[in-house]
Ligand binder design. Structure first.
Ligand code: GFB
Length: 312
């Protein structure tokens, strides 16, 4: 994808990763970027997606559109996480093939790995054990997307690749109080606790699970790097994207508390689920190809809090 005038479709451009991909593409001189809001194009509607591809014929497709959410949303709405995501990815991947997109990049998530896989998570651990029950539906949908991309490569030689990022955060995140991921949820909770002079903030679970976090622009840079430089023949089934640094949730809580400037106490609610005990990616394959993350957690958190304040 070195020709900067090629037509690029970013599906999910309003979300955390999609908006970062649009920014990184523009910053790198790509001028022909196609986007559609949910109102303009319902990605779960097969005929609408097909019509769109028939008319626009994008040459490069980033699939960053998905139904996403944190641990609570994932375990509460398994039907929507499975159905919506399967429809979105099947429609986009099938139409990309039919209307001859030159390359597709499909985004998954580190929750595709078995709950108790050895750590750090290597790409070859896919489907070697049982999934984490709180996000099984989402993981199954993402595994299906990876397999569909790979099937198109094996059967028809299509240059369709997949990437598995760790937990992401950054501008345009979802700050819903109960349905978001841990980092935006904590930013919101600490912010309002500070404003209300609350004596304590409740954090879900034990604080012991380990998670790896990557700033969304770093993930977007990795996606563009792979789109520009690495084909399906080289990447294999998929490739991990992460920072390689893991934090116990209890430490993350301290970072967010400091960033927001909250002075009160923290209480862990042990009735809420912890989810997977540990999830840290092995990023040796992508770093060997030449990509490196740029943002530290401290810098990324400060930028994420700035974004939250703008949206309030
Ligand atoms: O971000 P999160 O929902 O993602 O939760 P997962 C991470 C950890 O933070 C869990 C704890 O151990 C939670 O119990 N946590 C503490 C909280 N307080 C909160 C809070 O207020 N909100 C949230 N959400 N968590 C998701 C999957 O799992 O990871 C998705 O459900 C996706 O499928 C995503 O793969 C990347 O890492 O547990």
């Amino acid at each position: 994808m070195r020709d900067k005038s090629k037509k690029i479709f970013v599906a999910g451009h309003k979300g955390l990763v999609g908006s970062a991909i649009v920014k990184v593409c523009k910053d790198n001189g790509y001028s022909n970027i196609l986007t559609r809001t949910r109102e303009e194009l319902n990605l779960t509607n097969a005929s609408a997606v097909e019509e769109f591809f028939k008319k626009e014929r994008p040459q490069y497709v980033f699939i960053a559109a998905a139904k996403v959410g944190g641990i609570h949303a994932n375990s509460t709405y398994p039907v929507q996480f499975l159905l919506d995501n399967l429809k979105i990815e099947c429609n986009l991947i099938e139409s990309s093939a039919k209307y001859e997109a030159e390359k597709v990049l499909f985004l998954g998530s580190s929750c595709i790995y078995p709950r108790l896989a050895p750590q750090p998570l290597k790409e070859e651990y896919l489907l070697t054990g049982l999934l984490e029950p709180t996000n099984e539906a989402y993981a199954i949908s993402k595994i299906a997307g990876i397999k569909l991309c790979r099937a198109y490569y094996r059967q028809y030689g299509k240059n369709f690749i997949s990437v598995m990022p760790c937990n992401l955060y950054g501008p345009n995140d979802n700050y819903h109080p109960t349905e978001s991921h841990v980092l935006p949820a904590l930013i919101r909770r600490f912010h309002f606790a500070k404003l209300n002079n609350d004596k304590e903030v409740v954090v879900w679970g034990t604080g012991k699970p380990l998670r790896e976090f990557l700033y969304s622009l770093d993930c977007a840079e990795a996606c563009l790097f792979l789109m520009e430089n690495c084909d399906a023949s080289e990447i294999g089934e998929f490739i991990n994207i992460g920072s390689g640094r893991e934090y116990p949730i209890a430490s993350l809580v301290e970072y967010v508390k400091k960033t927001v400037g909250y002075q009160g106490n923290i209480v862990f609610d042990h009735t809420k689920p912890d989810g997977t005990p540990r999830k840290v990616m092995d990023i040796s394959r992508i770093t060997a190809l030449g990509w490196r993350p740029k943002f530290s957690l401290e810098d990324g958190l400060a930028l994420a809090y700035e974004d939250f304040l703008k949206k309030m």
